[in-house]
Design a protein around this ligand. Sequence first.
Ligand code: HEM
Length: 484
Amino acid sequence: MSTQNAELDTSVSTSLRKIHELPGPLRLPLIGNLHQISPSTLHLTLEDWADQYGDIFRVYFGPRPHVVIAERETTQRILRDRPDGFRRTSILEKAATDLHLNGVFSREGELWRRHRAIVTKSLNRTKLKPLFPKLQMMVERLKRRWEHSSDQAQSVNVCSDLMRFTVDVTMQVAFGIDPNTQETEGPVIQRHLDKVFPIVHRRVYLPFPVWRYIRLPSDYALKSALKALREEVNGMVRAVRQRMEANPRLKDSPTNFLESILSEIDQGASDFSDDDVFANAGTLLLAGEDTTANTIAWCIHYLMRYPEHFHRMRSEVDEIAASNSAAILELEQTNRLPFLDAFVNEVMRLKPVAPFIAAESNTDTEILGCQIPKGTTIHMLTRKTAMKDSNFINADLFQPERWLNTEAQRYHPHERQAFIPFGSGPRLCPGRNLALFEIRMVLSMLCRNFDLDTIHGTGEVNERLAFTMMPENLTVNLRKRRSS
Ligand code: HEM
């Protein structure tokens, strides 16, 4: 048992509260609180209940109670005590296994460590740097796509355009393949990916794997989407294998995730199977698509709401770009945008695409004075924690400057440990460098090339959870930049 878990365990005693003694919403027999929960707004409901019941409460997803917490230190302790003391939920692993997608996100124990090592290596900064010119080209394509919309005076569905961009980037980085979905009209790989998250999201809150016994029409649609996805991934594997045959040096010095895992298999260095290849390729495509696209979309939403921040960001980008007056920044230039970074942090504090993280206890333990039996699901409301005044001054206000003003941070609460949009501990998001890099590139391109005064949102923008939290109804009118 790890030190962290020992720390949690020491006080397991009868004086602690039991889960059923925790406060929480009234429940019905058998279904518990399921009738009060909708998957697409689950995060909002849990956050409302945190206002009502405090930092720790219980919710019944069917007959079994889950524990919900909104407290910084305990959240950090749980996240850091993985994979030994806590794990991702077993129902997530069951759902992922049944979809043949049990890769690094849902795996546990030794297999998780091995998958994690190979994924992390292929996404680290040194692997990303040489890919910069290709990624720049992909940002250029997005610019052209938006210029075309501007020329046609058409509004832009930013989430869908950004997902084309993020899938192109992920496939380039993880597989060394450029699918160019941005310049492909009609159906693209995204139409298969789109089916997966919403269904996984619904399944992980079921009291048991109901889908194994009852099939809905959406389950059949998912099955055919997965079949098509598998064919796409098999095609990529064939292409990468051919590339490695033509250039055997790639076996010793792989340049991306697919080359790494295939060279381990081919050299007999590991027992990774074809299923492991598909599971992790699919995981990377899914993890890299919605998260980054939706984060950029939320940034655009806030740029529309706060034109003064847009102008400040534009001035910063213009100043950096002045040396070569390029429409798209160079790698080194993207690292010199403090206001843009502060703005993105503030967006991720208020609109994190993962507003909570779930874990399951591997042992009997204790959390915030409550006895937690092995196998209990714990939902950590990370956004709620980042929106407490005790962690960030004026926490419900959108203030990018809070991330710049180090003097103010000395006198007011500014708890960085309460800001964990990429998670924390050993399972911290391995794609965060890539994601931040994509976000900087797209936002700087947007400021440099499009006008804000003609960007108009349509309707109210709502939060919708489908594994990641996305802005619903975010349609934007982008116009080519006129002002200097
Ligand atoms: C703004 C964009 C992104 C956000 C906000 C985000 C957020 C997260 C969060 C909250 C987790 C869970 C961390 C934890 O449990 O402590 C996670 C895990 C993960 N993310 Fe990301 N992510 C983003 C982009 C990406 C990208 C671009 C990739 C790869 C292409 C990626 C790959 C993964 C993987 C593989 C995991 C599972 C790690 C593990 O369980 O060991 N993510 N991400």
